[in-house]
Design a protein around this ligand. Structure first.
Ligand SMILES: *Cc1c(COP(=O)(O)O)cnc(C)c1O
Length: 435
C-alpha cells in the first residue's frame, strides 16, 4: 500500500497535488511519501512481532539524509555499505550504533570510521577481510564485533544481476566452509564473534526462498550459538514490491482482489512464514530491507518534451533519462507510467517512452499504452523510490534531479536540483594545456 492516488483527476502524493511540486521545483524531480515509508516500516515491524527485532534499513536503496532521519525517528538502524554511507548516517543525526556494515571490499579507512562510531557489527564476506578488520581494531585498541555472511546456495528466482545467494556469485562464504571461517575468526585477538548473516537476493516475490534459506542454515546457527554464544541472526533483505500494477496496489482493494497464490509477497506473509522458524532460536533477528521500505514510496516526475509520431512507432520523449532512473536500462525493469492529469476522454496512445540521452538503451518502456499526453504535460514513473536517485549519474552533463519529501499536506525540498557550477566544481584545466 502507498499514498500515490488521483483526487479530482490530479495525481497526488498524500494530500499534495504533484502539479504544485512541479510548478515550484520543475522536472525531473523525485517525490517521496513519508507516510508510505512509515507504513512500510511499521507493517514490517508488526509482522515480526514476538521476535527481538532490529530493522536496519538498507540505505543503498535511497540514502537521502531526510529519509535516513525519518527511518531513524521510526526506530531503524541502517545496513551500510561504505564510509560515505556512515557519514550520511552521522549527517542525518542518526545512530551508527544500531547499524551493520556490509560489503565485500571494506577499506581500512572505512573499517576505522565504523569502529570509531561504535558500529553494531561488521558483516564479513571473506577470510582476508577478517584479518583486515582484526588489524584495524588492534591499531585502535578495540575489539571489532562481527558476523560472517553465509551463502546458503538458494536460488532466489529473481533477476540475474540481483541474485546473491547462489554459490557461484561473489557474496558470502559457502555453508560448507563457514565453520572453518568462524574458527579462524575465533583466533583473532581483536575480533568478537557476535552473529551470523545471510542475504539471498533482491526483489523476491515469494516467501519460499527465504524459508528454504533459513531452514538450510538453522542447524549451523544453533551450532554457532552453542560454540561462540552468538546473539543475533541477520536474515538480510530482499522483499519485493509491486511494479506492474503500482498505482492500483496503493489500495487494499487491489490486494484483496488478487488470488492468494498470485498475491505478491507482503510483510504479513513473510512474518507468518518466518517467525515460527526464527523464534525458537532465541536470538535477536536483524532485517535489512531496502527496496520494500522505500520503493513504492517514491515517484519520478517528468515533463513531456515531444510526442514524435512515426510510421511504425511513436516516441514519447520526456525530460527524465536513464541517468536519472537507470533500472529499465540496467535490469530491463518495468515502471508503471501515469499522467499527472488524468483525462479519460482522451484517446490512448501506444509509444516507446524515452529520454533524450544519445543511447538506444535510454528507454523507459517499449510499446506502452498510455493516455495521450503532449508537450509540457507531466507523467510519473511509479515505484521509483528505491535504486532510483542513488543509482543516478551525470551522463550527458545532466544535473542530478531534485528530491522532495511529502508528509500529509506539507512538503519540502530535500535535495535541490544540481547546478552546472556544482557539476564542474572539482574539474580544472592543467597548466600544461593553458596557452
Ligand atoms: C542490497 C542489500 C540489502 C537490501 O536489499 P533489498 O532488496 O533492497 O531489500 C540487504 N542486505 C545486503 C547484504 C544487501 O547487499
Amino acid at each position: 500500500m502507498h499514498h500515490f492516488h488521483y483526487t479530482a483527476s490530479n495525481l497526488h502524493c498524500e494530500s499534495v497535488d504533484l502539479a504544485e511540486i512541479v510548478h515550484l521545483y520543475g522536472t525531473p524531480t523525485y517525490v517521496y511519501s513519508a507516510a508510505t515509508m512509515a507504513d512500510n516500516y511499521n507493517r514490517l515491524a508488526k509482522s515480526m512481532a514476538g521476535l527481538d527485532l532490529q530493522i536496519c534499513y538498507a540505505m543503498k536503496a535511497n540514502s537521502n539524509i531526510a529519509l535516513l532521519r525519518h527511518f531513524s525517528n521510526l526506530g531503524a538502524g541502517f545496513d551500510l555499505v561504505s564510509g560515505g554511507e556512515i557519514q550520511r548516517v552521522l549527517a542525518a543525526g542518526a545512530n551508527v550504533k544500531t547499524s551493520v556494515f556490509a560489503g565485500i571490499g571494506k577499506t581500512e579507512a572505512e573499517i576505522q570510521l565504523a569502529l570509531e562510531n561504535g558500529i553494531f557489527s561488521f558483516h564479513v564476506e571473506s577470510e582476508p577481510e577478517l584479518a583486515r578488520i582484526n588489524h584495524v581494531a588492534g591499531k585502535l585498541g578495540v575489539k571489532a564485533p562481527i558476523a560472517i555472511r553465509v551463502n546458503p546456495d538458494v536460488d532466489a528466482k529473481t533477476h540475474a544481476k540481483i541474485t546473491t545467494g547462489k554459490s557461484d556469485n561473489k557474496f558470502g562464504i559457502p555453508l560448507q566452509n563457514a565453520a572453518a571461517a568462524y574458527a579462524a575468526a575465533a583466533q583473532y585477538p581483536h575480533i568478537t564473534i557476535k552473529g551470523v548473516q545471510m542475504h539471498i537476493g533482491s526483489q523476491l516475490t515469494s516467501v519460499a526462498p527465504f524459508v528454504e534459506a533459513v531452514k538450510k542454515i538453522t542447524p549451523f546457527v544453533e551450532q554457532l550459538k552453542a560454540t561462540y554464544g552468538i546473539t543475533y541472526f541477520s536474515i538480510g533483505g530482499g522483499m519485493g514490491i509491486v511494479y506492474k500494477d503500482a498505482l492500483a496496489s496503493g489500495q487494499q482493494a487491489w490486494w484483496d482482489a488478487q488470488p492468494v497464490e498470485q498475491r505478491p509477497l507482503t510483510p504479513e506473509t513473510y512474518g507468518e512464514a518466518l517467525v515460527p522458524l526464527l523464534q525458537p532460536l532465541g536470538l535477536k533477528i536483524v532485517l535489512e530491507h531496502g527496496r520494500f521500505m522505500v520503493g513504492n514510496a517514491g515517484a519520478l516526475i517528468s515533463e513531456v518534451e515531444h510526442l514524435k509520431l512515426g510510421a511504425s512507432k511513436n516516441f514519447l520523449i520526456v525530460d527524465a533519462a536513464m541517468n536519472d532512473l537507470v533500472r529499465p536500462a540496467m535490469y530491463e525493469s518495468y515502471h508503471e507510467i501515469v499522467p499527472l492529469h488524468r483525462d479519460t476522454t482522451r484517446r490512448a496512445l501506444v509509444a516507446d517512452v524515452v529520454g533524450p540521452i544519445c543511447e538506444s538503451g535510454d528507454c523507459f518502456a517499449k510499446d506502452r499504452q498510455l493516455q495521450a499526453v503532449g508537450e509540457g504535460e507531466c507523467i510519473a514513473f511509479l515505484s521509483a523510490g528505491a535504486y532510483g536517485f542513488t543509482m543516478a549519474s551525470r551522463y550527458n552533463t545532466r544535473s542530478m534531479a531534485a528530491e522532495v519529501l511529502v508528509q500529509g499536506a506539507t512538503f519540502e525540498l530535500i535535495n535541490a536540483r544540481e547546478t552546472f557550477a556544482q557539476q564542474i566544481a572539482n574539474e580544472t584545466i592543467p597548466a600544461f594545456l593553458k596557452r
